[in-house]
Design a protein around this ligand. Structure first.
Ligand SMILES: [Zn+2]
Length: 290
């Protein structure tokens, strides 16, 4: 070896360079091959697993099944003081709701007519029948006479030229439709049966947002949220996964009540667990007139 390198110095240099280049290439090759698995084995397979096992089935489920519960927020006795505030709140929140109108209130004054016109023209509001006279607030006497009860609702129907046959009985939580039959005060039963016979669909409520003696909303929105959750949790709604909420236009005259209704709607929207609907969308109600 000693003689060979002594006799061939150029060859020695060439060999030396070859060994050096070989070492550099080997180093890079080994470096790359040891780093490469970190990318392929640790990061990419994880992404593949997540996509196939978690994301795709969830996306498919969301596309095929709407898991949200339905809320029907309804306002009774309008038009009334508070109707302007109600319209403002709903226009801002952009959710569909229902107004159960007392026909006599519409005829009350020019101001009342204007309020009704605004409700009628606002596509977020559905108008439904809450009688002509509101039983003159003499409920027991009113429900003793089923024919008069039917006539009172017919008067409201004609007077307001309503597009649905959905009614709510004044002072009584009564339900008459294909899948729901319920009467809170039994002496009103015959009148309710007669309304249903005449093809009216009678809708009560699952939850009421009540008033104080000063006619402002009594509880705050957090309490109402808990009640909504509790009714669903305990399966107390009339139709599973559908909840009808009642309150009144005239409880929305003060700033605090306005804020509380805004907060309730905002919280319900934020939770993404609910969808808002008009009362004619209630299951099997078949309340739209041709
Ligand atoms: Zn009422």
């Amino acid at each position: 070896m000693k003689n060979f390198f002594a006799k061939e110095p150029k060859t020695k240099i060439v060999w030396g360079l070859a060994v050096l280049i070989g070492t550099v290439i080997s180093y890079h090759f080994l470096k790359n091959t040891t780093e490469q698995p970190k990318i392929t084995e640790k990061i990419q397979p994880e992404k593949i697993v997540k996509k196939t096992l978690a994301k795709e089935p969830l996306e498919i489920l969301e596309q095929t099944v709407d898991l949200r519960r339905s809320l029907y927020i309804t306002f009774d006795d309008g038009p009334n003081n508070g109707t302007e505030n109600l319209i403002e709140i709903i226009d801002e929140a952009k959710i569909p709701v229902t107004s159960f109108i007392v026909a006599k209130h519409v005829k009350g004054s020019e101001n009342q007519k204007k309020r009704y016109k605004r409700l009628e023209q606002d596509t977020l509001f559905e108008i439904a029948n809450h009688s002509y006279s509101h039983a003159k607030n003499q409920y027991s006497a009113f429900y003793k006479n089923p024919e008069n009860v039917v006539q009172d609702f017919k008067n409201a129907q004609d007077s307001l030229k309503l597009k649905t046959n959905i009614v709510r009985t004044p002072g009584r939580n009564i339900w008459r439709m294909k899948n729901v039959n319920s009467t809170d005060i039994k002496s009103s039963k015959l009148a309710a049966d007669q309304l249903y016979k005449e093809n009216y669909k009678v809708v009560g409520w699952d939850l009421e947002w009540r008033a104080t003696k000063k006619m402002t909303l009594r509880d705050d929105h957090k309490i109402m949220l808990k009640r909504i959750d509790s009714l669903f949790f305990n399966n107390l709604e009339k139709t599973p996964r559908h909840l009808v909420i009642l309150t009144h236009d005239q409880y929305l005259r003060d700033e605090n009540s306005v804020q509380e209704l805004k907060f309730l709607i905002a919280s319900l929207k934020k939770s993404k667990r609910f969808q808002f609907k008009k009362i004619s969308e209630y299951p099997e109600i078949e309340g739209i007139l041709d």
